[in-house]
Design a protein around this ligand. Sequence first.
Ligand SMILES: [Zn+2]
Length: 98
Amino acid sequence: MSIAIGPLIYEEEQHHHLVSLTGEKLHGQVEHDSCIITYQADQSDRMRFAARWHEVLHIIDVLYSINLDEDQVTCLASAIAAAVIQNKSLNWNEERNS
Ligand SMILES: [Zn+2]
């Protein structure tokens, strides 16, 4: 799959044992130069969905020079993912078909 954000298209990949440079297990990671989002392969669908929103917010932050810090990205991503999961009206395709 891929995600279009502004003028960019990010390809999505999965990786087993996705870790940070310090060895910390990651749910997701975005590489801005190559436009690739990588997710931890062995996580639940909801965790991947939350990780997707987390990485999307990092991309929006960089693309629009917002300057969010990591805690802000984490909070916003969690809140947005939960709102989208809990409200069909926040899904454009669902809204158009109702
Ligand atoms: Zn992050």
